[in-house]
Write a protein that binds this ligand. Structure first.
Ligand code: NAP
Length: 193
């Protein structure tokens, strides 16, 4: 049974995550990381590869694709709308959208994380669930008891942003990831309780 979810986010040095309902940077390695993490049903296969291999070694790596098992992603209505129509729903993942009002044109749209987690817990094909943003949904997710791990891509720059990742609540602390940037332009980190 799948009754936990993870958060995945990319942020700049000021915790900026977005501007004008889009993402203010284009980092192809992070796009690949996001895809690999959210698509591959074996989280540790991806995570262990990113822990041990360099970006050069990883480029072109084929991770296990969904078969009987598939992952789910949960996003806010604005993030859904920020995706170009031809890329939504995000392929090879079950997409769920949160809105406070009925959105008949958006598939799998629900009014609370609890409602979505209830659907997910009854779906035996769903392996891992990721909350993928934006800021309002991260805020809800950070307070939710089903939150497990937080995967943060930290970017060593400051961008012009109008949307920010909320303060981490509780006892979350970094359990894996490079301590400082050294000559890295970005780093992948994992936070746990
Ligand atoms: N850097 C990253 O990793 C990353 C990831 C994702 C998104 N982003 C960026 O984040 C920005 C969007 O974030 P955002 O905070 O403006 O919007 P959002 O969180 O994507 O969506 C907000 C919408 O979600 C619904 N909502 C919020 N709280 C809810 C609740 N408690 N229950 C039910 N529905 C709820 C509401 O929809 P209704 O108005 O329909 O009621 C609200 O307008 C964009 O710039 C996007 O590109 C960045």
């Amino acid at each position: 049974m799948n009754n936990k979810f993870h958060i995945i986010v990319a942020m700049d040095l000021n915790k900026g995550i977005g501007k004008n309902n889009s993402i203010p940077w284009k980092i192809k390695e992070d796009m690949a990381y996001f895809k690999n993490m959210t698509v591959c049903p074996n989280l540790y296969e991806v995570w262990n590869a990113y822990k041990t291999d360099t970006m050069e070694m990883l480029s072109g790596t084929k991770f296990t694709q969904p078969g009987v098992e598939i992952n789910a992603v949960i996003m806010g209505r604005k993030t859904w709308e920020s995706l170009p129509p031809k890329f939504r729903p995000l392929p090879n993942r079950k997409n769920f959208v949160l809105s406070r009002t009925a959105q008949p044109e958006i598939p799998n749209c629900y009014t609370s994380i609890d409602e979505i987690m209830e659907v997910i817990s009854r779906d035996e094909s769903i392996k891992n669930t990721f909350v993928i943003g934006g800021a309002q949904i991260y805020e809800e997710a950070l307070k939710h008891p089903a939150l497990d791990k937080i995967f943060i891509t930290q970017i060593a720059e400051v961008y012009d942003c109008d949307t920010f990742f909320p303060e981490l609540v509780g006892t979350y602390h970094v359990t894996w990831g490079p301590k400082d940037f050294k000559d890295l332009k970005f780093k992948f980190t994992m936070y746990e309780k």
